[in-house]
Design a protein around this ligand. Structure first.
Ligand SMILES: [Zn+2]
Length: 355
């Protein structure tokens, strides 16, 4: 049995408040524990979005009652909430800015709306950008102009990893994460995932070309974190005429990474570095005392949605054969998961930003 520290997933869509038919603080944190993840950072694009004191309280109250693993909640940048968010920074996982999306309360239609956030949000609090391709380049320019760290969510393209590499070489304070689905899947896999339902292949950023995927693997040292971007939607929604983009990922992250270790594509040290040490440093997270996971490196099994705790009921990795299974999770001295069973109670999870 292999012992690792509890993993940190800095990018999870819990779906509560507002869309608890696909996930909530209970089911998301069960999925986390089953995947060997003991600390999640929750994204703010819920319904309503988390963008002021009242909505932050709403999310944190649900989390306080239901979460089974530790957590923190991001706040979302909107067109006129930079002052409010500055005052909430200490209570939040960090600030999430959606630079490519132009809808809802978290819309940032032009770059003048980015400025007050870069100006006001405390420099020692994390800022995460959803920014793809050339928008990412603009985000990195902002990091340089305002001389503050930024973390780029879910990079997927060769041009992105190469630009981040160049920016890091120039001393710009930029870090980044990559999702398992952008490492293990390319657009060539969409027909197999879709099974005649094209919506099931929809994710943002989109699955990229084989060349992009190869570039991510080749530049693994540029990638700071693994993050799932766990974004559950029900199959009914995925198979509808207007399918929402997103894949679940909490329960498949570690088995996929361990299989890559077995294949000689990744090292165990890289898993610990990118799923524990780097996220802890980038997001200024406390160490979780007496917390570890036990993994059977030799166990081979098939990924099946029916065995998962996520409420969404499907996975793009259905039927994949993996090697490496989470057997036991110990969180703050208590057995939280063992042999397929969640043992942590609702409400056991702690907000790591609580003073
Ligand atoms: Zn996301």
């Amino acid at each position: 049995m292999l012992k690792l520290p509890g993993l940190i997933d800095p990018h999870v869509h819990v779906r509560e408040p507002g869309q608890t038919h696909k996930e909530d603080w209970d089911s998301a944190t069960q999925a986390a524990l089953a995947g060997g993840v003991t600390l999640i950072l929750a994204m703010p694009n819920t319904k309503p979005p988390i963008f002021d004191a009242a909505t932050l309280d709403l999310a944190l109250e649900s989390a306080r009652q239901k979460a089974r693993c530790d957590y923190a909640q991001f706040v979302g940048a909107g067109p006129d909430n930079a002052d409010i968010l500055r005052s909430l920074a200490a209570q939040a996982a960090g600030l999430k800015m959606y630079l490519d999306s132009t809808f809802g309360e978290l819309r940032l239609d032009d770059m003048t709306l980015w400025m007050p956030h870069f100006q006001n949000f405390p420099k020692d609090s994390p800022v995460v950008l959803h920014s793809e391709s050339r928008t990412m380049a603009a985000g990195i320019l902002f990091a340089a102009l305002y001389d503050r760290p930024v973390h780029i969510a879910h990079i997927s393209l060769k041009e992105e990893v190469l630009l981040i590499k160049a920016a890091k070489e120039r001393g710009i304070k930029v870090t980044c994460e990559v999702c398992p689905h952008h490492l293990f899947l390319s657009k060539d896999d969409i027909p197999a995932i879709a099974h005649g339902h094209p919506g099931r292949g929809e994710v943002r950023p989109r699955l990229a070309t084989k060349e992009d995927v190869d570039a991510l693997w080749k530049n693994m040292e540029v990638i700071d974190c693994f993050a799932t971007d766990h974004a559950p939607h029900t199959l009914q929604e995925k198979d509808s005429d207007n399918p929402p983009p997103g894949f679940p990922g909490l329960e498949t992250l570690l088995p996929l990474l361990l299989t890559a270790v077995d294949d000689g594509r990744l090292t165990m040290d890289e898993i610990v570095q990118k799923s524990v040490i780097n996220p802890r440093n980038i997001f200024r997270l406390p160490e979780q005392p007496e917390t570890w996971i036990e993994v059977d490196e030799k166990a081979e099994y098939e990924i099946k949605a029916v065995n998962q705790f996520s409420r969404c009921g499907w996975t793009p990795f259905e039927g994949w054969k993996v090697k490496g299974q989470v057997r036991k999770v110990t969180l703050r001295g208590q057995t939280a998961f063992e042999d397929g069973k969640i043992l942590a109670e609702k409400g056991f999870g702690r907000n790591i930003r609580d003073q």
